[in-house]
Design a binder for this molecule. Structure first.
Ligand SMILES: NC(=O)c1ccc[n+]([C@@H]2O[C@H](COP(=O)([O-])OP(=O)(O)OC[C@H]3O[C@@H](n4cnc5c(N)ncnc54)[C@H](O)[C@@H]3O)[C@@H](O)[C@H]2O)c1
Length: 337
């Protein structure tokens, strides 16, 4: 797929986040004019500091729930990628009303406004967590039954359904991406995600407590997530309009125990305790055939290749003071009334 964005203006809502800051950078490199709308709810403006003097970037601080703010950000944009939300179940549980207002009501209102604003392409970033519990003996496909186990996934499914009910009648070509759990380095790191959390804990000599070691999950590098979003924005509309694509790779699915074993190839610490019965029962493997067959999407990264780089960085002191630090995870919302 040609990913040359010269001449296109892309609005990234949530462009200062873990995935968004990587997407923003890739879009600039691909020639796009990029607008970022982000409320910096975790004080995470540092993620864009190195990009703000690049040509073709405009940053707008604001709340997507405000229709005027969104209209200002989107007017004249060719494409909109919606990434902003309260991401992950812990933060959605901690702020249930905000999660409803931002993830569900806010996203629906944005969808309602797309046609009137003349937006040509829209990508909604959803999650493979929507499959929840799915017998890992078979791979969940885009048309498999959804089985959400969290408030976070419920809000994502509500928006997916709202969008898909309208997408064939909309002028804007709209696509849902159900993305695997992210890993990889980003200007806004998140150590509240399995691969990076396990690698950080073991590389810093801490004791790692792992619940439900045999549960499966697919993983996708942040740079590959950015590539998938760009692929969906660039594909001919007839291939992506009103379509759902899982984003990941069939080979990049691991149990938690397998991730621990990968990390242990790079660290000497063996302080791991396994327990059953966590509050997060998710367990699923996913088929990524559709995005590869129809859009030719291939990932450039593999989980095992990342772990060595991260553990070396942690051991070199690149990431001190990570535990519970809002800079490094979605622990505490600081700016959202
Ligand atoms: N990280 C993952 O493992 C993963 C996996 C699957 C899908 N996704 C999806 O990818 C997207 C991005 O995830 P992420 O990990 O980068 O999350 P993140 O929490 O790092 O980033 C979210 C960004 O949205 C902004 N934001 C939140 N509420 C806002 C509001 N009301 N108005 C304006 N900005 C607001 C935040 O300030 C933050 O910069 C989400 O839609 C998420 O559901 C992520």
């Amino acid at each position: 797929m040609n990913l040359d964005f010269n001449g296109r203006t892309v609005l990234v809502v949530g462009g200062a986040g873990y995935v968004g800051s990587v997407l923003t950078s890739r879009l600039l490199d691909a020639g796009a004019r990029v607008r970022v709308l982000d409320q910096l709810i975790y004080d995470n403006g540092f993620s864009l500091q190195h990009l703000l003097d690049r040509e073709r970037i405009t940053f707008l601080r604001g709340d997507l729930r405000d229709p005027e703010v969104f209209a200002r950000a989107a007017s004249g944009a060719d494409d909109v990628a919606l990434l902003a939300s309260l991401v992950g179940d812990p933060v959605c549980k901690k702020y249930p009303e905000l999660a409803r207002q931002v993830n569900a009501d806010g996203a629906r209102r944005i969808i309602d406004d797309l046609d009137a604003l003349g937006v040509q392409r829209f990508v909604f970033t959803s999650t493979c967590s929507n499959y929840g519990i799915h017998d890992p003996a078979s791979f969940a496909r885009e048309d498999s039954e959804l089985n959400p186990q969290s408030r976070y996934a419920q809000t994502k499914i509500e928006v997916e359904q709202y969008l898909l009910e309208r997408a064939t009648r909309m002028q804007t070509s709209s696509t849902v991406l159900r993305i695997a759990t992210a890993y990889g380095l980003s200007p806004r790191m998140r150590f509240d995600l399995t691969v990076s959390q396990f690698a950080w804990e073991l590389a810093s000599g801490a004791e790692l407590l792992v619940y439900d070691a045999e549960t499966w999950r697919p993983y996708c590098h942040v740079r590959d997530i950015a590539k998938a979003i760009m692929t969906a924005l660039m594909a001919p509309p007839e291939m992506v309009r009103a379509e759902v694509f899982n984003v990941g790779d069939n080979t990049q699915q691991f149990t938690k125990r397998m991730i621990v074993e990968e990390v242990q190839k790079h660290v000497t610490s063996t302080k791991v305790t396994y327990r059953d019965g966590d509050t997060d029962p998710r367990n699923y493997r996913v088929s990524f055939d559709k995005i590869s067959d129809r859009l030719g999407f291939q990932m450039d990264h593999r989980v095992p290749d990342y772990i060595g780089a991260l553990t070396a960085a942690v051991q070199a002191g690149v990431f001190p003071d990570v535990r519970g630090n809002p800079r490094y995870g979605n622990y505490e919302v600081r700016h959202l009334g």
